[in-house]
Design a protein around this ligand. Structure first.
Ligand code: TYM
Length: 349
């Protein structure tokens, strides 16, 4: 059962890991939505560096990647003055609330997380404890701001469900204490995932059954936000397809994962639907559709790439954005932690 909604102010939170290059999946699945939500909501966008170190990161590379993701946020159109942009490790309350959630979440819940199983692979005994407990930190990221809406790609759906379970269990375990402190019948909202549009799961350009990902060994499998126009055109030209022309309607894409993926990418970039794209390209060969797709990609991504390049060298500016955002984020997070300590019964200053 949902907590009573009017009690919570609508607030958006989401995060991106600073590991390697950002790609088209991150952009269409998440960052485009981040930009759009700024018009209607108070938004908090976080470079989740504590999540990144759940697997080994070379320190100098990590520092660079934190700044790069920040630059990408700004280059894509996130306004760090009107909204909050910061890196997770500068607000210690994330880790503090995550510990409380380690004590709320159940082992059985974490054991079901498919992302841990995929990332840990066969060598499970050798995975870090952090990788296992990662979804609890993710719940803390969101709930330390009592955020109500979380834009993410499809791959984060299960983690979001866990965040809701944790919020729900905290609310019910501590119901009496929550009510006694004047927070009504729920302290945490049950955060709603926002997973919408034609590109919630962008697939690899080399294999329509695999997600586009930073960790794929083949750079040909993804479009990076740093790719230049020639590289984009080459990757699209080489993208795996089938020999048939594009169908009339979406039903015709059901058994054609590669075609479905490219049409979805086009639709998301053009801010339209797959049905609309098919109305325009029904019967077209990939030899005609692919150049149209690369033109659109270049038109949308080139300005972002150029701005990222410009910002990347201005580390003083990027670091000042993160410092300023952290101070503003911490003001909200500290209030939540005070209340959580009172609710749980911890003595504080
Ligand atoms: P991360 O860093 O892997 O990805 C960042 C965002 O990009 C989306 N995404 C995709 N969307 C569509 N197609 C794809 N191929 C694709 N690949 C990635 C992800 O769904 C995500 O929205 N655990 C999160 C980061 C995180 C977070 C949070 C998110 C930490 N705390 C709190 C929301 C709220 C992650 O690893 O995302």
């Amino acid at each position: 059962m949902d907590a009573p909604k009017p009690a919570f102010k609508e607030r958006v939170f989401s995060g991106v890991q600073p590991t390697g290059n950002l790609h088209l999946g991150n952009y269409l699945g998440a960052i485009v939505k981040f930009v759009e939500l700024q018009k209607t909501h108070e938004c908090i966008y976080c470079v989740v560096d504590l999540h990144a170190i759940t697997v080994w990161q070379e320190p100098a590379e990590l520092t660079k990647a934190i700044r790069e993701v920040t630059a990408a946020f700004i280059a894509c159109g996130i306004d760090p003055k009107k909204h909050i942009v910061f890196n997770q490790s500068q607000v210690a309350e994330h880790a503090e609330l995550a510990w409380v959630f380690n004590c709320v979440a159940r082992l059985g819940w974490l054991n079901r997380m498919t992302q841990f199983k995929e990332k840990a692979g066969k060598d499970r005994e050798n995975a870090s404890v952090g990788l296992y407990a990662y979804p609890n930190l993710m719940a803390a990221d969101i709930l330390v701001y009592r955020a109500t809406h979380v834009p993410v790609g499809e791959d984060q759906k299960q983690h979001l469900e866990l965040s809701r379970d944790i919020a729900q269990k905290f609310n019910s375990d501590y119901a009496a204490s929550i009510a006694a402190r004047g927070f009504g019948d729920a302290f945490f909202p049950l955060p709603e995932p926002l997973i919408q549009g034609p590109a919630t799961r962008v697939m690899s350009l080399r294999d329509g059954s695999k997600k586009m990902s930073k960790s794929d060994a083949s750079d040909q499998s993804r479009i990076n936000l740093t790719d230049d126009p020639d590289t984009i055109a080459l990757k699209v030209r080489r993208a795996k397809t089938d020999p048939d022309p594009l169908p009339q309607d979406e039903k015709g894409l059901e058994t054609r994962p590669e075609a479905d993926n490219l049409v979805g990418i086009y639709a998301a970039l053009a801010d339209t639907t797959k049905a609309d794209v098919l109305r325009e390209f029904a019967g077209a060969q990939f030899s005609a559709f692919k150049p149209a797709l690369s033109d659109l990609l270049v038109a949308k991504l080139s300005p972002i790439t150029a701005e990222m390049r410009r910002l990347k060298d201005d580390t003083a500016y990027i670091d000042s954005v993160l410092a300023d955002g952290s101070v503003r984020a911490q003001a909200i997070a500290a209030e939540t932690m005070k209340a959580v300590k009172d609710i749980v019964g911890l003595v504080r200053r």
